[in-house]
Design a protein around this ligand. Sequence first.
Ligand code: GLA
Length: 399
Amino acid sequence: MVDARLDPDRLRERLRSLDDLAAGAPPSDIEVVRAPGRVNLIGEHTDYNDGFVMPAAIGLEIRLAVLATDERRVVVSLEETGETGSFDLDAIGPATGGWIDYVGGTAWALQDAGYAIRGFRAILASDLPQGAGLSSSAALEMASALALLGPDGSAVPVGDRARIGRRAENAYVGVQSGVMDQFASAGGVADHAILLDCRSLEFRPVALPLPEVRLVVCHSGSRRRLEASAYNDRLVECQRAVAAIAQLDPSVRALRDVDDELLAATRDRMDEVAFRRASHVVAENARVVETERALAAGDLASVGKLFAASHVSLRDLYEVSSPELDALVDIATSVDGVIAARLTGAGFGGSTINLVRRDRIIALREAVERDYPARTGLQATIVDVNAVDGAGWIRDGIT
Ligand code: GLA
């Protein structure tokens, strides 16, 4: 059952109570769209290197109750605070640094790609925490894309919607992120992760070992630090490695095209930092493929090893972990019944993802409550999440 704040009828009434225009509209004219957050099981910082990722859309989401209007204007109010953001579709200004940028950026990117979009009045509710590394911004982009496109928006292919969201991040918001978060939010498959090739955008569902094993998110409670600039630096460092490798092998367009052997042969052509970043990406791509194989074979011990290797690589080679994330992984790994644990998403704070035997979630919770505050001075939040379908309109009877 979803959070009561997200109940579609309640959202319709809230929108009607906020706005004279909406108050005059029959509730049936107010459509509700949902878009989930995501966790990434494995394949971190590989997406903008044209590589492989394995995210799952999770049952924490953003909902917009939307009344289409004849105006060329978008007005969105937050259900929680009443704070309102707005912009004109024919004069979208530069990013402002606030949440409305993810709506405005999506509108800008859709129009730039030639889509006809509509004005609307909406109320936004969410049970997806911000700054937790669970892609609340991508979820807002994917919900906004459907709200702007209208009821037929779901017919726009997932990959096209995801690319639009990525463009909004890259060219409007100014974060040089890859396509993973938007793709997961738009194209998630219930009870599955998805293995996505970030170059071709081909994907396939990956069955999870449910219901015995659950996806458990531990939010570190630490704010992400320097995220946008440090994140963008990583892209530049990877590009340095690609440029050096391409001198030897001009067919290389991205780190996706590089294997261990080629990387070893070109090591002396690049600086130490570029080599560390590239080493992570090359090995991480291989780990994604191996994880799919291990899950299919029911080999959870190997999944645990692959997650552990991914975390260490993100900590030591990619340098995006934090003392808090390291502590959470360390504590989780010491709990019997925790199969796999690693940081998820960009890093620099945020959350870890854990595969946990259902009957051991309480033990994990107890261990984190006992040890984490002593090690970090912070409280962590632990959420047992479902893997859900990607963004869509909520039709009658479905909550
Ligand atoms: C963030 C970005 C994604 C991806 C991850 C790291 O979530 O938005 O595109 O790069 O970091 O894997």
